[in-house]
Design a protein around this ligand. Structure first.
Ligand code: NAD
Length: 325
């Protein structure tokens, strides 16, 4: 059993990851807890006796917070491109300075492995498939600050302090702290509520995706295998045209393709396709991705069950607009 501290562990990915890791480990969630959980009562979480919280701003972290911790997972920060532009100064401080300082403290505290959650947004947009060593053309403040933090933190690696940077694709799926500003999640709720999906442009633009549950499995592989070295990896399950995703969701949720509306006036030029050499090398054969149909049905069932809606708890822009302006 290891002790794992998850910074930003109260958010969309973090709440799922903490529940997943609690099966085998002690988990400490370090977070300001800006977003409410669906399971409000900690006691409803399996193995909750091994779960503890540090409710603090990341900028106020102290060496003592890392006492007895083996591994740190950093999922903190402003978590999407549009929110990062609300207050770029804040984004640079949080996503770069504060995250780098958190890594420095972790190293000082003799943490063995530091897993930095990065993003495929660091590549900007490209017509060719991009791999880890491909050109980085970050466009938003979010992508620029994350790329700079990643490169600072990765340089801190040595034999006692392993660093892994996971450049995640766009996530989807149900979580104890839902986000409804992610394309697949938006499509599913729109089918449930409005019975239609709206696509910006012709839908031919490609995007890389991975489910939250699959990302948890990847963290598990990294955490279980002490021998894995430091590396940077793109994290992708599949690439798809946006319109094909919409078609699949309609089919799974038994809605007609005629309910897909293409907003021709909006021309979305973003188009990118992500591959990975390191993913195959370090995780590839060991990982079974979850079935898309299962994830979509599970998401749809839970959105209905918990009556989750588009609001400031689920749309990061709406929340940060209030606190950053
Ligand atoms: N969700 C995606 O599709 C996606 C894709 C690629 C990368 N990422 C990255 O993965 C990580 C997790 O993403 P997510 O979707 O769970 O984001 P999220 O917004 O749901 O979670 C971020 C967490 O950080 C906390 N936080 C924010 N500012 C803080 C501060 N100053 N001090 C302490 N805690 C603070 C929030 O309370 C929240 O719980 C982020 O770093 C994000 O950039 C996410």
């Amino acid at each position: 059993m290891k002790t794992i501290l998850i910074s930003g562990g109260g958010g969309y990915l973090g709440t799922q990851l903490s529940q997943f890791l609690l099966k085998k480990h002690k988990v400490i969630i370090f977070d300001k807890f800006y977003f409410p959980w669906i399971l409000k009562n900690k006691k409803k979480i399996k193995n909750h006796n091994n779960l503890s919280f540090i409710k603090k701003n990341i900028s106020r972290a102290k060496l003592n917070d890392f006492k007895d911790v083996d591994i740190v997972c950093d999922l903190n920060g402003i978590s999407n491109d549009p929110s990062s532009e609300l207050n770029p100064k804040h984004t640079w401080k949080l996503n770069f300075n504060d995250r780098v300082n958190f890594a420095k403290l972790s190293k000082k505290a003799k943490i063995k492995r530091y897993i930095f959650n990065s993003t495929c947004s660091v590549y900007g947009f490209s017509n060719k498939k991009v791999f880890e060593s491909g050109a980085k053309r970050p466009i938003s403040t979010y992508a620029k600050a994350n790329l700079k933090a990643e490169s600072f933190i990765y340089k801190m690696r040595d034999k006692n302090f392993k660093v892994n940077s996971l450049r995640n694709s766009t996530l989807f799926g149900f979580s104890n702290s839902m986000r409804l500003d992610l394309v697949i999640n938006i499509f599913v709720l729109n089918i449930l509520k409005k019975k239609e999906i709206t696509i910006d442009g012709d839908g031919n633009q490609y995007r890389p995706f991975i489910s939250v549950n699959d990302v948890c499995k990847i963290y598990d592989l990294l955490i279980e295998n002490d021998k894995l070295p430091s590396f940077i990896s793109n994290i992708v399950s599949f690439n798809s045209k946006i319109k094909d995703i919409a078609f699949k969701i309609c089919k799974i949720l038994k809605s007609s393709k005629k309910n897909i509306i293409f907003k021709k006036s909006f021309s979305d030029k973003r188009n990118y396709n992500v591959g990975s050499k390191n993913f195959k090398k370090f995780f590839g054969r060991k990982l079974k991705f979850s079935k898309f149909e299962f994830e979509i049905k599970n998401l749809s069932k839970n959105l209905k069950k918990y009556k989750i809606n588009f609001d400031k708890n689920t749309i990061r822009m709406k929340f940060y607009k209030d606190i950053l302006n």
